[in-house]
Ligand binder design. Structure first.
Ligand code: ATP
Length: 264
């Protein structure tokens, strides 16, 4: 499904600011894998997401989705195949448009732009049904401007917009980090529900160790541009935060350096 082959990314090559952000990263995701990604500061987690989404081109190696190299995908295919939810609740939606208008745009994501994104009765009904699944009452606010929603509501909407066209790969980039604990838990639970319902192949970066353990079937840890731990489904159940920290120290000979880490 998703194959990351020998991916290397070097920023500012041959300058004093040279930084090897990804160093020969190999990773393979089977269909419906839900992999959580944790790691130290500057480990390369965001760079990996940027390379997978095609925002950054690797200096070496490639990213393959269903036998097609990501950088060879047309823009419209890329947005149909790869969906992403960012940390910033403002990033995934247009504040001056209504919920229905935002959903209309997401609905057409990946189709060539000639289609009409107008809102007919059938589409409205579909959107209401989808919003109901979130369980936070947004189905009654189709005509509300998205800028008026709370951060948690916007993030729930972003998650829905990213997933209801069933992308091949879902990238979650610390998508609960900017929310207060109760909203973060709500989005965490919604994520689990949506990913499972649609069988989405998912990669989720988080600094919340408990969340990384709770969600998904597989967990990887990155450090200094490399994947240093890949915990398979058979070993993920029963894993504790202490196990993870202990394992990191055993591999690296030092303690995990993550100034944003949330242990539980
Ligand atoms: N556009 C860029 N130009 C130069 N250096 C960059 C760029 N993007 C990332 N880096 C560097 O590459 C390294 C990896 O960064 P990245 O953002 O992928 O790490 P991260 O694991 O997401 O870190 P954090 O958890 O601290 O956000 C860091 O040292 C970072 O400073």
């Amino acid at each position: 499904m998703l194959k990351i082959n020998h991916v290397t990314k070097l920023f500012n090559a041959n300058t004093v600011d040279e930084k090897l952000a990804l160093s020969n990263v190999n990773l393979s995701l089977a269909p419906s894998d839900f992999v959580t990604v944790i790691g130290s500061n500057g480990a390369g987690k965001s760079t990996l997401m940027n390379v997978i989404s095609g925002v950054l081109k690797p200096d070496d190696g490639n990213v393959i989705i269903d036998d097609v190299e990501v950088n060879k995908l047309h823009e419209y295919q890329r947005s149909q195949w790869i969906a992403r939810v960012f940390q910033d609740p403002m990033a995934g939606t247009s504040p001056n448009m209504t919920i229905a208008e935002n959903l209309s745009i997401a609905y057409l994501r990946g189709y060539k732009r000639t289609l009409n994104w107008g809102l007919n009765k059938k589409k409205k009904h579909f959107f209401k049904e989808q919003l109901e699944r979130l369980g936070i009452g947004l189905e009654n606010r189709l005509n509300a401007k998205v800028g008026l929603l709370s951060g948690g509501e916007r993030q729930a909407l972003s998650l829905l917009m990213a997933t209801f066209t069933k992308p091949k790969i879902l990238l979650l980039d610390e998508h609960t980090a900017a929310l207060d604990p109760s909203r973060a838990e709500l989005i965490s639970n919604l994520t689990e529900k949506v990913v499972r319902e649609f069988n989405l192949t998912t990669l989720m970066v988080t600094h919340n160790m408990a969340q990384a353990i709770q969600l998904g079937n597989r967990l990887i840890m990155m450090d200094k541009g490399q994947v240093i731990m890949d915990i398979p489904p058979s070993k993920k159940q029963g894993l504790t935060v202490e196990d993870l920290l202990h394992e990191f120290t055993a591999i690296k000979g030092e303690e995990l350096n993550d100034d944003r880490v949330i242990l539980g």
